[in-house]
Design a protein around this ligand. Structure first.
Ligand code: HEC
Ligand SMILES: [Cu+2]
Length: 351
């Protein structure tokens, strides 16, 4: 019995480990990795990563090669006498070599790093006369994101639309504590600070159309890990059409249920949530295009049942968030249904 267990112990251990590696390799969402860059900023950062890893591997290989050579060459051989070999202390040439090589390696790392750091923070394209770059004022809230397109009269939340192939400059600030704006596949992260004085600016440029996941990258409270958003990159023409659609708004509903929902919304929800794109950022996310979204509150499934549960008790899903609960005493089941119907009809885009 014992021997059987011993025989299988090692293979079992390794198969569990490799299974784990396999499972973990499948972790993560598509377009949420700085190792698969899809935009100019992320490309630059990826190049720096590759450069430093190549240098590290080269240093490692050289050290291991010398180490192995010394062990083999100077090992005690059969018949060697038991004597201590000649002891050498200090060798000027060697010392110069192993001081100069690291300096050179650090220079090779430092020059592109410093150059890229300044390029990533460069806003001259935005400030140039006649610049056509879009500028978005991003405000981080505990635990959601507000996006205001400068000069466009369009405010939205959670989903940030950008045109592909151009630099969109984002001015980052926070309505409360420090958060950090990070879209790993497109750009490095940057802090959002409270107040008007400390506004950071970074550019987003996506090479291809697609949906890129964004994360808050600065611990900000109990639901920090759920503070997700998306960058939706579309062609410049589609982007302009989206801005127009947003300005026009979702349009009148022709369903009676949704119309009833609209009234309840006006009474209970409109103090925090705007449903027109021109409205300034409020206490809660702008819901003008809520029906077009693919997530509720940034991370929940976008369907009627989940929406109703969210309105009943937001804290259950996102602890510590700033939306109050609406129990049955406040909003009846029937009204809740109408409310959800209304919200899901808030679409600005054609199907
Ligand atoms: C006191 C302000 C306040 C009121 C009143 C309020 N909300 Fe909210 N609501 C918020 C905040 C803040 C959030 C963002 C929560 C988060 O994600 O951290 C939110 C989020 C939401 C979301 C998710 C939005 C998104 O972008 O996916 C929906 C839907 C929503 N609220 C619906 C409602 C409805 C319906 C009512 C009325 C019954 C309502 N809210 C009343 C503050 C409020
Ligand atoms: Cu956070």
């Amino acid at each position: 019995m014992k021997s059987v267990r011993n025989k299988w112990q090692l293979p079992l251990k390794y198969s569990v480990l490799s299974l784990l590696a396999l499972v973990l390799a499948g972790c993560g969402t598509e377009n949420l990795s700085s190792l698969q860059p899809k935009g100019e900023g992320a490309n630059m950062l990826f190049d720096l990563m590759v450069l430093s890893i190549v240098i590290m591997i080269a240093v490692f290989l050289v050290v291991i090669a010398i180490y192995t050579y010394v062990i083999v060459r100077f090992r005690k051989k059969k018949g060697d006498k038991d004597i201590i070999p000649e002891q050498v202390e200090g060798n000027r040439n060697l010392e110069i070599i192993w001081t100069v090589i690291p300096i050179l390696l650090l220079l090779v790392l430092a020059v592109p790093t410093v150059a890229y750091t300044f390029q990533l923070a460069d806003t001259s394209e935005r400030d140039a006369e006649g610049s056509e770059n879009h500028v978005v004022n991003v405000t981080a809230h505990t635990f959601w994101w507000n996006f205001e397109y400068e000069g466009e009269e369009v405010t939205t939340s959670q989903d940030l639309y950008i045109p592909t192939g151009e630099k969109v400059f984002v001015n980052l600030s926070s309505a409360d504590v420090i958060h950090s704006f990070w879209v790993p596949a497109i750009q490095g992260k940057m802090d959002t600070n409270p107040g008007d004085e400390n506004i950071n600016t970074i550019f987003l440029e996506a090479d291809e159309e697609g949906v890129y996941w964004g994360k808050c990258a600065e611990f900000c409270g109990p639901s920090h890990a759920l503070m997700d958003f998306r960058v939706i990159a579309v062609s410049p023409e589609e982007f302009d059409a989206w801005l127009d659609d947003m300005r026009q708004g979702p349009g009148e509903t022709d369903s009676e249920v949704a119309a009833a929902g609209e009234e309840i919304f006006a009474q209970s929800c409109a103090s925090c949530h705007a449903v027109e794109a021109g409205a300034p950022g409020g206490v809660g996310p702008n819901l003008t295009s809520f029906g077009d979204r693919t997530k509720i509150a940034g991370f929940l499934d976008h369907d009627k049942e989940t929406l109703k549960q969210w309105i009943r008790d937001p804290q259950e899903f996102k602890p510590g968030n700033n939306m109050p609960a609406f129990p049955a005493e406040q909003i009846s089941d029937e009204d809740l249904d109408a409310l959800a119907e209304y919200l899901l009809e808030l679409k600005v885009q054609d199907e």
